[in-house]
Every structure is written in structure tokens, then in C-alpha cells.
Design a protein around this ligand. Structure first.
Ligand code: IPD
Ligand code: CA
Ligand code: CA
Length: 266
């Protein structure tokens, strides 16, 4: 890894430490206790354990920083200037089903800008990381977005809708519309890895409505540093942690944005 600011070092160490427990838990999936938060939204003991390890590591170095994390919520609310944004397991449903497509995602935000982030798939041992101004890496190799220029040639990825969504119809018709106009659309079940895959050129673009900030925070800096574009659309300021996101290789960005904003999709 060529990135070595104190923040990125800290995040990668915390992720690697947490991943050891996660790998063990993944191997023992049948013994995990599973509690249901809401349909389609499971919380496992592994989520909580992983989150605790990451928070402990980060707090040892910076007890004064704020933290936004999926399972615990907001910690140190008064510090909004320096924040860690954590998703201990992104792709919980995959994890629970023994599908090795999930990741730990941790970002550092300063003055509302994500400055660095790490996405680690503990099972494939792929660690994506980036730091503003210093490029994006997959393990030790620099990564870049793809060079596709047209949506019709592009392999895209999306996610959702959640069972609780009020705009399921819209999300499904958007999926059909964009599937018809692109090479194909995948749904892999981990927003963090979806973004990481855009950053390294495996996918040409990713979009998703009603995503949480912790799902995509690290991915934002990783895609940008790999030469891609990240955009939010139809923002609702009442819910700053909920987003509609579009992340692409930049070459197909405008075309995909127009398709997503089409008003006749209901
Ligand atoms: C989920 C994954 C999934 C996305 C959902 C997220 P979780 O995160 O990122 O790909 O479609 O919207 O909630 O619950 O596995 O951390
Ligand atoms: Ca998530
Ligand atoms: Ca999660």
C-alpha cells in the first residue's frame, strides 16, 4: 500500500483486526445468533462484534472524533468536524447466506468531506483504499475506472429497494429501463463493494436510491481517486444520512444521470 497518512493507517489496521473475527464468524455461520430488525434488514452478533473492534481501535487514537456507525448510531455528536463513518458489515444478507460478497467499510470525514476510506472484503482479501489527492489502490496496485463511453456498452450495478421502501415501483421500473439500455445490470448486495468494483473498472457505473451514508462513505473517495465521478441526486436535506447516489467511470455519467432523472419512470 502506498498510502500512509496516519488516518488511513489507522483505518486499515482497525479493518484488518476486525476482519480476523469476521473470517472466523463467516466459517461458523450456522452458529450465529440472528435477530430480525425489520424484514430484509438483519443484525447479527458479527455486525456488533466487528463494529466494537473498529470503534475501539479508532477511539484509542482519537477519542474526540465523532462517529457515525450503522449499529450504534452517532457517537460524540458534538464533533461534526472530524468523523469516522463505519459500516461493520456491508452485505449482511450475503454474509448470512455464506456468500463471500461483503465488506467492512470505514471512512474519515473532515468538514463534511470524505478524505480517506477503506473497503475490505475479508474473504477474498481485497482491500481497497484511497486518500484525497493520493490515488486509489487495491492491495498494492493502483486502480482506475473503466474507459467506457456509452451506457449501451456498460455493465452496471445497483441495489435495493429495501422491503420498507415507499418507492419500490419506481426503483423496479428504473431497473427495467436501465437494464434495457445497458449491457446488463447486476445486484450483488454490497453497496461498498459495488463502488469498489466501479473504482477498479469491473463495473462501469453504480446507482442506488435510499442508500445510507455509511454504505457508500469510503466508496466515495475510492471512486473519485480512481478517476470516477460521484453524484447525489434528488437530495432531501431533512435526511442527511440518506442519499440517492450515482457513481460512474465519468465517461457514462451524464448519459446515465439523464436516464435516472427521467420523469416518466413512476
Ligand atoms: C446493504 C447493502 C446492499 C444495499 C442495501 C444496504 P447492509 O447494507 O449495501 O447492497 O442494497 O441498501 O442496506 O444492510 O448489508 O449493511
Ligand atoms: Ca450497508
Ligand atoms: Ca451493515
Amino acid at each position: 500500500m502506498r498510502l500512509n497518512s496516519p488516518h488511513i493507517n489507522l483505518i486499515s489496521k482497525a479493518c484488518l483486526k476486525a476482519s480476523r473475527t469476521l473470517i472466523r464468524d463467516f466459517g461458523e455461520i450456522e452458529n450465529l445468533q440472528v435477530a430480525t430488525k425489520a424484514p430484509g434488514d438483519f443484525v447479527t452478533s458479527a455486525d456488533k462484534k466487528t463494529e466494537k473492534i473498529i470503534i475501539n481501535e479508532l477511539q484509542k487514537a482519537h477519542p474526540e472524533y465523532g462517529i457515525v456507525t450503522e449499529e450504534t448510531g452517532v457517537i460524540n455528536k458534538s464533533n461534526e468536524k472530524n468523523r469516522w463513518i463505519i459500516d461493520p458489515i456491508d452485505g449482511t444478507l450475503n454474509f448470512l447466506n455464506g456468500v463471500p460478497q461483503f465488506a467492512i467499510s470505514v471512512a474519515y470525514e473532515e468538514n463534511n468531506e470524505i478524505l480517506c476510506g477503506v473497503i475490505l472484503n475479508p474473504i477474498t482479501n481485497e482491500m481497497y483504499c484511497a486518500e484525497k489527492g493520493n490515488g486509489a489502490y487495491l492491495n498494492n496496485s493502483r486502480i482506475r475506472v473503466s474507459k467506457k463511453k456509452k451506457v449501451q456498452d456498460s455493465l452496471l450495478v445497483t441495489g435495493g429497494p429495501k422491503h420498507t421502501s415507499n418507492i419500490k415501483k419506481k426503483i423496479f421500473s428504473e431497473y427495467i429501463d436501465i437494464s434495457n439500455k445497458s449491457s446488463s445490470v447486476r445486484k450483488f448486495g454490497s453497496a461498498a463493494l459495488d463502488m469498489a468494483y466501479v473504482a477498479c473498472g469491473r463495473f462501469d457505473g453504480y446507482w442506488q436510491r435510499e442508500i445510507n451514508l455509511w454504505d457508500v462513505a469510503a466508496g466515495i473517495v475510492i471512486v473519485k481517486e480512481a478517476g470516477g465521478l460521484v453524484d447525489f441526486f434528488e437530495e432531501d436535506n431533512k435526511f442527511p444520512l440518506k442519499r440517492n447516489i450515482l457513481a460512474t467511470n465519468s465517461g457514462i455519467h451524464d448519459e446515465l444521470k439523464v436516464l435516472i432523472s427521467k420523469k416518466d419512470i413512476e
